[in-house]
Design a protein around this ligand. Structure first.
Ligand code: PGA
Ligand code: MG
Length: 243
């Protein structure tokens, strides 16, 4: 057995998308006559998909009325279609890391909670689409991360078993989904994690098999794991070794 594929989270792992998401949130709130949110608030609201982002923007003292959330989602969709990819930036090490993973012969996939209508154009616009043999978005299945189903589905599309896959992400939604699916998981510290830095959360640190500074380092970790597997180390001992 060897590691054959790597699935990667999108927002906060491959791309810093908060400026474009925040611009769409600002426009949505203004359109609905609701109080504004700062970019930092929006950053903390990202992680559980579009509907939760909109609902969190609209929640003050009490949960918003369902009708307001529906109107917010419709407005957000229109505005994010305009802003998606406008200022999003790949994080340092993303292209070098993807190149290094691909050079190891690993199949690559994306597993994101972002709706598909926004995921595919964003990957195209950023020159990332060609790296991925599978893309599972927030509305591909009925379940989103932290449910393990999207990660499992990506493994199926890549033709690998979950234990042959490593999932790389920036939030507990990724780590819980990956562990639930039976994959190894690597965390990056520079993303969003719903307002709780990964490195400041002992639970998150403990739930990653490795924490790396960027995707180039993630590629080195995966290569090292595959080296250990080839020399007979078991996946169980790997699960607690790197830190
Ligand atoms: O859409 C979100 O809330 C987060 O998306 P991600 O899963 O790519 O981080
Ligand atoms: Mg993310």
């Amino acid at each position: 057995m060897a590691l054959l594929s790597v699935t990667l989270d999108l927002d906060g792992t491959l791309l810093d998308t908060v400026p474009d998401l925040a611009a769409a949130c600002h426009a949505m709130l203004a359109e609905l006559g609701q109080p504004p949110r700062s970019d930092d608030e929006v950053r903390n609201f990202v992680g559980k998909g579009m509907a939760v982002l909109v609902e969190r923007c609209l929640t003050w003292e009490a949960p918003p009325a369902p009708g307001l959330v529906q109107a917010g989602i419709a407005a957000f969709r229109r505005h994010y279609a305009e802003t998606n990819g406008r200022t999003a930036q790949p994080y340092p090490g993303v292209f070098a890391g993807l190149d290094a993973l691909a050079a190891q012969g690993l199949k690559l996939g994306v597993v994101t909670n972002k709706p598909e209508a926004f995921t595919l154009p964003l990957l195209e616009r950023q020159g990332l689409a060609g790296y991925f043999a599978a893309v599972v978005s927030g509305d591909t299945l009925a379940q989103k991360k932290p449910d393990p189903a999207p990660v499992r589905h990506a493994c199926e599309l890549l033709g690998c078993r979950p234990e042959e896959n490593v999932h790389v992400g920036d939030s507990s939604n990724d780590f819980i989904a990956a562990r639930g699916a039976g994959c190894l998981t690597i965390g990056v510290p520079y993303g969003y994690n719903e307002g709780r830095p990964v490195t400041a959360s002992p639970v998150d640190v403990a739930s990653c098999h490795a924490l790396v500074s960027d995707l180039h380092e993630a590629a080195r970790v995966v290569a090292a794991w595959n080296g250990e597997i080839r020399t007979g180390a078991s996946i169980v001992s790997l699960a607690s070794s790197p830190s």
